[in-house]
Write a protein that binds this ligand. Structure first.
Ligand code: SF4
Length: 345
């Protein structure tokens, strides 16, 4: 039986300073929410959830350039949700010099920041083009140097494509020179948002064979299968769709008032009902595979969930399934709920 176990209130409160070609969020032209209103709404629902055995969390479109005051509140909200968030994604920020970045990071480190996560798209020429911001590569190196000096944990997430794969080895050497990261991962593009338009540069089976060993050590070779290879593994799968799910409750300037003044129980239950109804119609992984896999396609997807995303989009687009834009938005808001912990206050 389908059970909604988690709701994340999603909001865009700060503006991203990038326009990355691979951005998973896609279009970002929506008006920003007022910070105080967003915080008030999240607090209201989290408190309601904590009293009513419903896990309510929150997720910002990005933590781009949160002011110190906002960062303090962000940490308070995280702990109200039962988790202490000690990391920050460093994409989407305005450029700063290395000294400015050291101060910016040190101020947040005093408040509990322990880890910073950087995304990169190859060496200078490739990265700046991928992130559509000249000078971004050098800025990110400076920011990482500042983080290393402060003793913060640095995670590096790197996207590999046909265009930049030759630069990966060089990038690793440049990064090795500035410090030892807590983690470095190199992976192919996801199939989401703007990255869906980059299929022409997705790695294929032959490309994978040419990746040098010292680059492959940051990848998951067992997960680097092509669509046709995944299809032959998954079309006989007996895996059922997870019964415990969560969904994003998207907050925007149009529904703010309703979310703030409406009855929390009614709003969560009615959204949850709509989500569960649409989710119940979703085919299993094996059925999606049988109906939508291209068994001749040699393009690589890292892991089952990534190739699932591709088949899921084909299911949405198939007019036979009657997925209206509204239903598509509902389906896109769903995620599998893993842990079941309610934070009591
Ligand atoms: S920094 Fe992140 S949110 Fe902004 S455009 Fe790039 S991927 Fe998208």
């Amino acid at each position: 039986m389908i059970k909604v176990e988690k709701v994340n209130i999603w909001g865009r409160v700060t503006k991203c300073a990038h326009r990355c070609r691979y951005c998973l969020q896609g279009e970002q032209s929506q008006p920003l929410l007022n910070w105080d209103t967003y915080v008030k709404t999240v607090e209201r629902y989290v408190r309601w959830g904590n009293e009513n055995d419903m896990r309510i969390g929150f997720e910002l479109a990005g933590n781009f350039d949160l002011t110190l005051e906002q960062y303090k509140k962000y940490l308070e909200l995280s702990s109200l949700c039962g988790k202490f968030s000690d990391s920050l994604l460093m994409g989407g920020m305005r450029m700063r010099t290395e000294d400015e970045m050291r101060i910016w990071l040190a101020e947040r480190q005093e408040m509990g920041l322990k880890k910073v996560i950087f995304s990169m798209g190859g060496t200078e020429q490739h990265h700046d083009a991928m992130n559509r911001r000249k000078g971004d590569f050098q800025y990110l190196l400076g920011a990482q140097r500042a983080a290393f000096i402060l003793g913060l944990s640095v995670e590096q997430r790197i996207f590999i494509t046909k265009e930049n794969m030759q630069s990966m080895d060089g990038l690793c050497r440049v990064l090795d020179d500035i410090g030892v990261p807590f983690r470095r991962s190199i992976y192919p593009l996801h199939f989401r948002g703007n990255a869906m338009d980059m299929e022409n540069v997705r790695l294929d089976e032959n490309d994978v064979k040419c990746i040098p060993e010292n680059v492959m050590r940051y990848m998951m070779p067992d997960m680097l299968l092509s669509e046709r290879q995944w299809a032959s593994q998954l079309c006989g799968s007996t895996e059922q769709n997870p019964e415990k799910i969560g969904f994003f409750l998207y907050m925007d300037t149009k529904n703010t008032e309703k979310l703030l003044s409406g009855d929390c129980k009614e709003i969560i239950e009615s959204a949850g009902k709509e989500v569960a109804e649409e989710y119940a119609k979703m085919p299993t992984l094996a059925e999606l595979c049988r109906r939508y896999a291209d068994t001749s396609c040699r393009k690589i997807h890292e892991g089952k969930s990534k190739v699932y995303a591709l088949w899921f989009e084909r299911y949405i687009a198939d007019t036979e399934n009657g997925v209206t834009p509204r239903k598509a938005a509902v389906l896109h808001s769903i995620f599998p709920a893993k842990k079941s912990v309610i934070h009591k206050i």
